[in-house]
Design a protein around this ligand. Structure first.
Ligand code: G6P
Length: 474
């Protein structure tokens, strides 16, 4: 039997290999046992799924196990974004939610995210306890399950409509009037995921000219990955340019991540989007609070925090850590380099739908293209240059451990001034450049992030790093 592990953000495995009905039932049973252990069995549990292959079927299997354990189960009536399901946890005062999704992974994957009662990603303490319950469930072979008909007859199962509640909340978070009066035209790319119709529907309601692409469910994701990054947004780039739109907005498979393209079809990185949003929330919305970013996220946010007199908090990679800070309160924006963010007044979970709408709102407020606003930001705060290398190394763990224990004293011509070990190893260099080396928690990769205060320095850092790998023949 394959081991079920909760990685950076839930359990993911290949459908019919590790991700089987049997294993899904085991995870559901473990969550049922955990829910009872923490005394929350009287509250309902939400069950949602995205557009992946067999998503509905797996969600029903989960519901059958929860109800067999006498836990009231609210099964979401259709494919839904992870942030909508997380919002539903708060809205329905649930003890938590089980979301069937493998986020932006390839189509052959599916997975489970557990969202506890605070409506954000499960903390490592919780996932560790779940893993313990999983192994106990396997040993004791203690999975309970009943038919959905019986669950309904015993009034334990209810199919719920979630979307209007989440949309009502979005209307409170986004300034519809500003959008209404704008001359924006947007292309929205749902990448065949659960975000279908959410961003485009909201924009239409606000009277913003927009067109949706890849807004039909496709478990094969059109032969692409539902990952809204530079590599996978070629269609959106093309459509934005061809239609002479002012903005392109995308979401990943479960719509917790965002992706942005400017009017020239140029990709806007999540680091840039975070900087833009911070600027917008301060300048146009007059909001205040702490800025939370992961170790891998741009230090331009630090400059902005300093300028605005706001506290900056750094966390390890993973929105579970950002969310944890948000739960302490007073966070203006929490975000990460991989395309996740949330803001003040929202749930402590990354929400690609909300972020996309806020970026459109920003363009409407400023009456400018996102590229122009970015230039304004750079004029005021200076520009930083960043990149990420994802490396497949044969001896990954050994290499990383060595790097963490004995990092180099020099990277290219730049001396290491400070070593931090919050997540992997982060080397703060001369002139304000930095390099972070860490193992991915979701893929068998080493991630190397670099940020420099000028483009030449970034190139020198990248060259130096490539040389390390030439030495070990990768
Ligand atoms: O770099 P990794 O460990 O692979 O994690 C990358 C990302 O994975 C998931 O999407 C998490 O939700 C994110 O919070 C995290 O940033």
């Amino acid at each position: 039997m394959t081991t079920i592990r909760f990685g950076t953000d839930g359990w993911r495995d290949i459908i019919a290999d590790g991700f089987t009905v049997e294993n899904v039932r085991i995870v559901a049973q473990a969550i049922a046992s955990y829910t009872k252990e923490i005394g929350q069995q009287e509250q309902p549990v939400l069950v949602g799924h995205d557009t992946r292959f067999l998503g509905r079927r797996f969600a029903e299997e989960v519901a059958a196990v929860l109800t067999a354990n006498d836990i009231r189960t609210y099964l979401v009536n259709e494919a839904a974004p992870t942030p909508a399901v997380a919002f539903g946890v708060k809205h329905f005062a649930a003890s938590g939610a089980i979301m069937i999704t493998a986020s932006h992974n390839p189509p052959e994957y599916n997975g489970i995210k557990y969202i506890p009662e605070y409506a954000g990603p499960a903390t490592p303490v919780i996932t560790q306890r779940l893993e313990e319950w999983i192994s106990e469930t396997c040993q004791a072979k203690s999975v309970r399950t009943i038919s959905l008909a019986e669950a309904k007859a015993r009034k334990l199962l209810q199919v719920i409509v979630l979307r209007p509640h989440y949309e009502a909340h979005l209307r409170r978070m986004v300034n519809m009037d500003v959008l209404k009066n704008s001359s924006l035209s947007v292309v929205v790319d749902a990448m065949h995921g659960a975000g279908m119709g959410y961003v485009s529907g909201f924009l239409s309601e606000a009277g913003v000219k927009n067109v949706g692409i890849r807004e039909v469910p496709d478990a094969a994701f059109g032969g692409d990955l539902p990952e809204p990054n530079d590599k996978h947004l070629h269609l959106l780039k093309k459509e934005v340019v061809e239609r002479q739109a002012s903005l392109g907005l995308a979401n990943d498979g479960d719509a917790d991540r965002f992706g942005v393209v400017d009017r020239f079809g140029q990709y806007i990185t999540p680091n840039e989007a975070l900087v833009l949003l911070t600027y917008h929330l301060r300048k146009n919305r007059g909001l205040s609070g702490r800025i939370v970013r992961t170790v891998a996220t741009t230090h331009l946010l630090d400059r902005m925090a300093k300028h605005y007199g706001l506290e900056l908090v750094e966390t390890p990679v993973g929105f579970k850590y950002v969310g944890e800070e948000m739960r302490k309160g007073d966070v203006l924006i929490g975000g990460e380099e991989s395309g996740g963010a949330s803001i003040l007044g929202h749930i402590p979970e990354k929400d690609g739908v909300l972020i996309n709408l806020l970026l459109a709102e920003m363009c409407a407020y400023e009456n400018k293209g996102i590229d122009q606003i970015l230039r304004d930001v750079y004029e005021q705060f200076g520009e930083l240059f960043h990149t990420r290398l994802d490396m497949k190394l044969p001896e990954k763990d050994q290499w990383i451990q060595q790097m963490i224990a004995n990092p180099p004293a020099l990277i290219g011509p730049y001396q290491v001034l400070e070593i931090q070990r919050v997540d992997g190893v982060k080397l703060l260099l001369e002139e304000g450049h930095w390099v972070l080396i860490r193992p991915s928690g979701t893929e068998p990769l080493v991630r190397i992030y670099c940020e420099a205060t000028n483009a030449t320095a970034l190139q020198k850092l990248q060259d130096a790093i490539r040389e390390w790998f030439l030495e070990i023949n990768v």
